[in-house]
Design a binder for this molecule. Structure first.
Ligand code: MN
Ligand code: MN
Length: 474
């Protein structure tokens, strides 16, 4: 079975649509570098297309009917949206799911310190998700996130993205002195506690121009004091406020087109915002649906889908119950029926075949960059451990839909048997007894600060989600 190259299937008109979609995608990546920013961006986008907040409909005693569009946000980090179809919800709905958290460095709760020799002020970090730590040194980094003060006010930070913003960085040892360091295993070359962000180097006393620099300040922690002084003046928060902050350190800069032919996108956080964006966009571009369509974009996948905003939270099930209440269909049994009879594309990025690391892939069953949308019958590790294993009957149903609409797609497995593995949110939705399959877009250097995707795969994923939204019913 030959893998298809999606690029070879396009007309001039297709290419125009592809470029338009990918430009919008890059903007999505630039505007959403954290799960909170993604939720804001998604809400702004869908509200402009007629989606209303479900809580508002409930409060106003409203009802929903076919064609209506609602969304619900959970703790500013996860969002679920619904487009009500003509059929009863209890017959099942179609669900597009993806995650919007990405690997990064989180700022610790007590982060700010000055080193013993009064050279630098640092923010101490704790990495989130699977990262190769050595990839995060000597890069321009940005700080995104929130500081919530005791009075309940929230300070939003987004520093390092504009051309005249300062950036931050983590140092690495110069090659001239790195003989011993380079003998270490890659996992130990840069250790977790060494990922401390340099955030300043100028003692506060230098700023005082009245010639009366106070001696007690010049001795200890003057650089740290200088940073705190700036934080107070610019953002009006104190050192203690880091205790209730969520600050994420991410690569600074915008997503870019890659290659002479501009066929790829290099950007931070494409795992899994590439599937989140295309799922959302597909949902906005379909209408008059028979089955209700749901798109759920969740937090915490990278650390096991835990917590109130992860896929394991009751948030999703509650939202379905509320939706059924608004359409006049609610009963405990109907909620169960709806979930059990639903079809889902659980989307996450797949490992793109990388010729430079050929020995880690089994070519026949690897995802090819440019080979179209991916389907993984199973994920997991070793003997498929921890996987959702999609049913053959469901896969046949999906094959028919995709082939009928001429979507370029491929099946994929994450690397060679026993080389590694990975999980997704698929198995969690499958607990309801619904049909779920892992799908998505192939990525090169997944979880690196800059990940690469093919524009063709992004376009096919978008087309695929639309086809699924319109035709899936099992
Ligand atoms: Mn992922
Ligand atoms: Mn991941």
């Amino acid at each position: 079975m030959l893998k298809k190259c999606a690029w070879e299937t396009y007309s001039e008109k297709d290419l125009k649509k592809l470029e338009k979609l990918c430009k919008e995608y890059r903007e999505f990546l630039d505007n959403g570098k954290t799960e909170r920013e993604c939720v804001d961006e998604i809400v702004n986008t869908i509200e402009a297309e007629g989606y209303q907040e479900m809580e508002t409909v409930i409060k106003n005693g409203g009802k929903l009917k076919a064609g209506d569009k609602v969304y619900s946000v959970w703790m500013n980090k996860s969002v679920v949206m619904f487009q009500v179809g003509k059929k009863p919800l209890a017959e099942g709905i179609n669900i597009l799911g993806a995650h919007i958290d990405s690997p990064r460095l989180d700022v610790k709760q007590v982060p700010l310190y000055e080193d013993g020799c009064h050279a630098f002020a640092y923010l101490d970090t704790h990495y989130y998700g699977g990262v190769k730590k050595y990839q995060w040194v000597t890069l321009p980094l940005a700080i995104h996130g929130v500081v919530v003060k005791k009075d309940g006010t929230t300070v939003e930070l987004n520093l390092g993205e504009e051309e005249d913003d300062p950036v931050f960085f983590i140092s690495d040892l110069l090659i001239h002195l790195a003989g011993e360091q380079l003998e270490k295993k890659a996992a130990k070359v840069i250790e977790g506690e060494a990922l401390d962000l340099i955030v300043g180097s100028k003692p506060i006393t230098i700023e005082k121009e009245d010639g009366k620099a106070k001696e007690e300040k010049s001795a200890k922690d003057a650089i740290k004091a200088g940073v705190l002084d700036i934080l107070k003046k610019t953002y009006d928060f104190d050192e203690d406020d880091f205790l209730s902050a969520e600050l994420e350190i991410v690569p600074a800069g915008k997503a870019r087109e890659a290659g002479f032919d501009r066929s790829m996108i290099l950007g931070y956080g494409q795992d899994d915002r590439v599937c989140a964006f295309t799922s959302m966009r597909a949902m906005l571009d379909v209408k008059n649906l028979d089955r209700t369509l749901c798109c759920i974009l969740v937090d915490k996948e990278e650390i096991g889908s835990v917590g109130a905003t992860g896929m394991q939270s009751a948030f999703f099930e509650n939202a379905v119950a509320e939706l059924m209440n608004l359409t006049g269909e609610y009963s405990e049994l109907n909620v169960r029926r709806c979930l059990a009879r639903s079809c889902m594309l659980s989307s996450d990025v797949s490992a793109g075949y990388d010729p430079s690391y050929d020995s880690c892939f089994e070519k026949k069953n690897a995802a090819w960059i440019g080979g179209g949308m991916c389907f993984n019958k199973f994920t997991g590790a070793r003997g498929k451990s921890g996987s959702n294993d999609a049913n053959a009957e469901y896969i046949a149903h999906i094959r028919k839909i995709f082939d009928d609409k001429k979507i370029v797609w491929q099946t994929a497995e994450l690397g060679k048997v026993d080389v590694g593995g990975g999980g997704t949110i698929a198995y969690i939705l499958a607990l309801y007894g619904m049909n779920v399959i892992d799908s998505g877009v192939a990525v090169l250097n997944m979880h690196a600060p800059w990940e690469a995707t093919s524009k063709a795969d992004i376009y096919e994923a978008y087309r695929g989600y639309k086809a699924f939204a319109e035709d899936a019913c099992m």
